[in-house]
Write a new protein. Structure first.
Length: 254
């Protein structure tokens, strides 16, 4: 068993690693950004694939990654972990449908609520205690899900038609275009920006680059919020206009 994940703030990375270590502490997990990933996973038969949700959907970077490696996933057994800050009826189901098109066998799904990473929307912010409670409950559910998989009865979060309808009508239908394409983002406050280049280094899409006097983007934002949550001067926003809390897993881990 090998872990595979896309993680912007560390939430999904933690969840995938904890899950696979329930079976063997020697099991390894890799980011989808890892070089030579195809070679690392070529002989693996069971993959635990984790990703966050975006408007009750799998992020476009995740879908594109799966489709670009259809041969890698063909014939493999996949257990999907979908993390979310609020709600996702079928977050795991969204990536499961793409994986099945590539010939993968999806054996189970797990939905986990974690601290929200959308740093510039005040409505979504929680206290430190609440976020730590989310992590604790997620860890407990991971232990339970691992036990059920070991018993041959894997959880099926997000994989049924009822989950799909909940995700569609609960959120995805109302924000349908938000996660179907890359965005003309982020917004950078040039008065605050110190040109440190950290956002350029962290961007999984290579969307950002230094201009003559500013940071420019190539309209390839996947809304992961990695740049926003790691900017040392809070100069970056995406959906909102102000950073209310920079959210990284290290703040909330037990």
């Amino acid at each position: 068993m090998t872990g595979l994940y896309f993680s912007a703030t560390g939430n999904t990375k933690h969840c995938v690693e904890k899950f696979i270590h329930c079976f063997d502490v020697k099991n390894r997990a890799f980011s989808i950004e890892t070089p030579e990933l195809d070679n690392l996973l070529a002989d693996e038969t069971v993959i635990v694939f984790g990703h966050p949700t975006c408007f009750s959907n799998a992020p476009k970077i995740v879908k594109d990654f799966i489709l670009s490696r259809a041969e890698l996933f063909s014939g493999k057994k996949i257990f999907i972990i979908a993390t979310m800050g609020l709600f996702s009826g079928d977050g795991a189901g969204c990536s499961a449908r793409v994986l099945r098109k590539c010939g993968a066998m999806v054996i189970g799904g797990l939905h986990l609520r974690m601290p929200d990473s959308v740093a510039d929307v005040k409505l979504l912010k929680k206290s430190l205690e609440e976020n730590r409670a989310f992590v604790k409950r997620a860890d407990e559910k991971i232990d339970f899900a691992a036990q059920k998989l070991n018993e041959g009865k894997p959880l099926q979060d997000g994989l049924s038609i009822f989950h799909r309808l909940a995700g569609l009508f609960g959120q995805r239908l109302w924000f349908y275009g938000k996660s179907l394409s890359y965005k003309d983002k982020p917004d950078i406050d040039l008065k605050k920006c110190i040109r440190c280049g950290l956002c350029i280094k962290n961007c999984p899409m290579k969307n950002l680059e230094k201009g003559n006097e500013n940071i420019i983007h190539q309209k390839r934002c996947t809304l992961c919020y990695r740049c926003v949550n790691n900017c040392p001067v809070q100069a970056i926003t995406i959906l909102g206009k102000k950073v209310y809390e920079q959210c990284v897993f290290e703040k909330y881990k037990p």
